[in-house]
Design a protein around this ligand. Structure first.
Ligand code: ADP
Length: 548
């Protein structure tokens, strides 16, 4: 059985006490999976008190979150209901295929300055750029004289290090499909004598307005054999993919500094670097800029879509000057739990992603009737539309979700306390994860209903335009006193600077906040980024002079 749009109104949790039953009890939220959904996502959601969607028991639309590895069809985005969320945004694969990423960033470099986009190694997409590559190869060869130059060749569409070769001599370049040939970073940061790269998690909660969060914790992936440019064929020394290194003979060995296995947490690497006197904060800032500049490459052109988010994995190599290089952006980053670093990072990551997307709303101020505390009524504008693609999707379609997650409920009510008693603000993330079983719930009368409930209920009241509340952005909306990260001037719509372990990296000041509303003013944003980067550079120079 499927519901029409008029039914949407009957599915929304009641905002007002008028029905008298809305707060009588709490029902769990429902997640939907397919065969590709990572196990850790399912177990975290179950732990938080969610129910798994069962199509035999529940209405076909009776779920709140659909999390899967592959992208959704456009029709699925268009038909998303106000109470539903999808874990992918349309258009983001423009970043996650190696050839497309290279093209997008090259274009941005041409538009806004190649120096700014110098964080991607020079890249050629084969076969189209073959002649350009050959010219560059021989130019470099001439410049280097007898010294060798190094390149890496990667299939555009494969992952996990499959089909990759590192070469120095052009006669070793072989490709039979779309490949990227990239300058090989031959001076990587070595720990012990092992190469590593970083997996940085980024959650884009919306493109219109653009809102990017970066996860503070992450993973460091090590090669398991010592870095040695004389043996370019040794994948265990040159590739840091854990899928490759797991099967290496040295994986279980205790390796110099690195220890056993092939992964550290990001915080462990940063504290190691601090121990060597490195400025890990500056490195973090550089990574933030890299991420923002990368996402800006596609932000103006992704289709408008509501009720969806994107969790991306950025692979970043740090060289021995502590310069971060973007290697690739992963769609559906691996969430398998292969070692203790995976367990400690990925479980919290999923908890915090759920909080970022849903429970964040619990912190916001709304009165007991669910009205915005600034006196705006909870009732929607007459032209409100339900979810799906549209002109102002974020404005309209996320709100019901916040209701479903208890957002509109008064935390002081006893029945609501049950739902929000473990609200994130009261505990630090680690405590929360380790000691509390979360319950993400919605009022008992809130939809989605079971099939039986649907059958037994009175005929739905038809509304030509479903009435949805009026609220701004998905996260960080607030009533009452403005609490944007840049003070009152930013207004009440500014996204919150933190959510669990996520830190807001865009917008990063009032000017970029303004430049991301009513269309995305990329030029203005880039000017602000440059100002910030220059400021940070001069601070670093000042610091160095003081030390001397
Ligand atoms: P995949 O999608 O197959 O994992 P990546 O682009 O992430 O492809 O490359 C796999 C690994 O190869 C990286 O984790 C890194 O260790 C190494 N690598 C990739 N590109 C470069 C590069 N330009 N310079 C140095 N090492 C690289």
């Amino acid at each position: 059985m499927s519901l029409n749009e008029g039914d949407a109104q009957t599915r929304l949790p009641c905002r007002r006490a008028a029905d008298g039953t809305a707060r009588a009890g709490l029902r769990p939220l429902v997640f939907r999976v397919d065969d590709s959904t990572p196990q850790v996502v399912q177990s975290v959601l179950l732990e938080r008190g969610w129910d798994k969607f069962d199509h035999r028991e529940q209405d076909v639309e009776g779920w709140n979150l659909y999390w899967r590895t592959s992208s959704f069809r456009m029709a699925e985005h268009i038909n998303v209901k106000p109470w539903q969320q999808l874990n992918h945004h349309p258009g983001t694969t423009r970043l996650t295929r190696k050839d497309r990423l290279a093209r997008q960033l090259k274009h941005m470099g041409r538009m806004y300055g190649s120096l700014l986009y110098e964080f991607i190694p020079p890249t050629f997409v084969m076969p189209g750029d073959y002649c350009q590559f050959v010219a560059e190869y021989f130019k470099e060869k001439q410049a280097l004289g007898t010294k060798p130059g190094y390149w890496i060749c990667k299939p555009a569409e494969l992952s996990r290090g499959r089909g990759i070769t590192v070469f120095s001599d052009i006669k070793d370049l072989i490709f039979d499909d779309t490949y990227v040939v990239q300058k090989y970073i031959c001076n990587p940061l070595l720990v012990g004598r092992y190469k590593c790269d970083l997996r940085i998690y980024v959650c884009i909660t919306g493109f219109k307005p653009l809102t990017i969060y970066m996860y503070q914790e992450g993973l460091v992936r090590f090669a398991t054999e010592k870095f040695d440019l004389r043996h370019l064929q040794n994948s265990y020394a040159h590739l840091t993919n854990s899928s490759i290194n797991k099967s290496g003979a040295s994986y279980e060995k205790v390796k110099e500094v690195v220890g056993r296995g092939c992964k550290w947490t990001l915080s462990r690497l940063f504290s190691y670097l601090r121990g060597w006197g490195a400025d890990d904060q500056l490195l973090r800032q550089k990574i933030r800029h890299l991420v923002t500049l990368t996402v800006l490459a596609i932000a103006p052109s992704v289709p408008i879509a509501a009720n969806c988010f994107e969790l991306l994995g950025f692979d970043i190599l740090i060289d021995d000057n502590l310069k971060p290089w973007l290697l690739e952006v992963n769609y559906s980053p691996a969430l398998s739990l292969d070692c203790s670093a995976d367990v400690s990072v990925k479980r919290k990551l999923i908890h915090d992603t759920i909080e970022l997307i849903y429970l964040h709303g619990l912190r916001n101020d709304r009165n007991e009737h669910g009205d915005a505390a600034d006196g705006r009524p909870g009732d929607p504008p007459a032209d409100a539309a339900p979810g799906g693609l549209g002109d102002a999707p974020d404005l309209l379609s996320r709100e019901p979700l916040l209701h479903l997650t208890g957002h509109a409920l008064n935390k002081d009510k006893p029945d609501v306390k049950k739902a929000v008693g473990t609200s994130p603000e009261s505990k630090c993330p680690s405590q929360r994860r380790d000691t509390v079983t979360r319950k993400d719930t919605l009022p008992a009368t809130a939809e989605p209903p079971s099939k039986r409930q649907l059958k037994d209920r009175p005929a739905p009241r038809r509304a030509s335009t479903p009435r949805l509340p009026r609220l701004p952005s998905p996260v960080g909306r607030s009533g009452g006193a403005p609490r944007g990260p840049w003070g009152p001037a930013a207004g009440s719509e500014a996204p919150d600077p933190h959510a669990g372990g996520f830190v807001l990296i865009f917008p990063f000041n009032e000017a970029t906040f303004g430049a991301s509303r009513n269309g995305l003013n990329v030029k203005r944003i880039i000017q602000e980024l440059q100002k910030l980067m220059n400021k940070q550079c001069s601070q670093v120079a000042e610091k160095k002079t003081k030390i001397r």
